[in-house]
Write a protein that binds this ligand. Structure first.
Ligand code: OOG
Ligand code: MG
Length: 259
């Protein structure tokens, strides 16, 4: 088997320098999903060594639209660090990214740990607050193309995210309309129901997948539940706004040359 640490360094360098690399699976066809999660973990350890802090996880491919767009049909997860978190209403430099895309999501913040097999009711009881969110994904692979082990090793394309105003988890979040606009023009329309039919299921899946990796979702963590629509490309000068039924608006601007 190849040296997983060397692959983790290649991916971490690509992310840190915003430079693309070739798909790992082309040169390492024996790389499986388990090895890929070890690569993701090792690349996050490098971020932690540089002073970043883990603040939660993100779920990927929880909607049919995303699976179809990327040609992958398994749920995946990745790590979130404090350095990925942007300020609602603020901006982010385009130079941080290789070929960024944005997608509408829901985020939850936990008040109690969750681990392994839990029911939706148990999962929801651990939620302190829920919020609309925009996730900026940026695959480190050329042309944004990957296999399942590739994208898992690349920390599920995690790059940046912005969370809107936190709400009490009392309201029914199962079928909230979402409109994501770029520069004032609606680009994607969807519903939170697109997230596994009911976004609470994404939190159940997050607890299960984390448990399989020997981890607990921790109190205080943020979990991104996955995109409700396909992702949209973004470029310098763009301002992206997400309107979610019965929730506050969240928005972010992309700064840089061309703006
Ligand atoms: C992988 C990440 C998928 C989601 O919300 O489904 C994801 C990718 O599409 O590059 O974040
Ligand atoms: Mg996402």
């Amino acid at each position: 088997m190849t040296d997983l640490q060397a692959l983790a360094i290649a991916l971490d360098d690509a992310a840190a320098n915003a430079t693309e690399i070739g798909q790992l699976s082309l040169d390492h066809p024996a790389l499986g999903v388990a090895g890929a999660y070890r690569i993701a973990r090792a690349s996050i350890e490098r971020r932690i060594a540089r002073g970043e802090r883990i603040i939660g996880i993100k779920m990927g491919f929880t909607s049919r639209a995303k699976m179809a767009q990327m040609g992958v049909d398994d749920l995946i997860w990745g790590w979130l660090t404090d350095a990925m978190m942007l300020v609602d209403g603020g901006s982010v430099a385009a130079s941080r990214f290789i070929h960024p895309r944005i997608e509408p999501e829901l985020a939850v913040r936990l008040k109690a740990p969750l681990v392994g097999e839990v029911t939706a009711l148990e999962a929801w009881a651990a939620v302190e607050a829920v919020a609309p969110a925009l996730e900026i994904i940026d695959s480190r692979y050329r042309d944004f193309r990957f296999s399942l082990p590739d994208v898992v090793a690349d920390n599920a394309s995690s790059s940046a995210f912005v969370v809107g105003g936190w709400q009490a988890p009392g309201a029914d979040i199962g079928n909230l309309g979402m409109v994501m606009s770029i520069n004032g023009a609606p680009a994607q329309f969807g519903s939170t129901a697109a997230i596994l039919g009911q976004p609470q299921r994404s939190l159940v899946a997050a607890a299960r997948l984390a448990g399989e990796a020997g981890l607990a979702l921790e109190a205080g963590w943020t979990v991104l539940l996955g995109a409700a629509t396909p992702a949209e490309w973004i470029k310098p000068g763009d301002r992206v706004r997400l309107e979610t039924e019965s929730m506050p608006t969240v928005d972010i601007a992309v700064e840089g040359e061309g703006a």
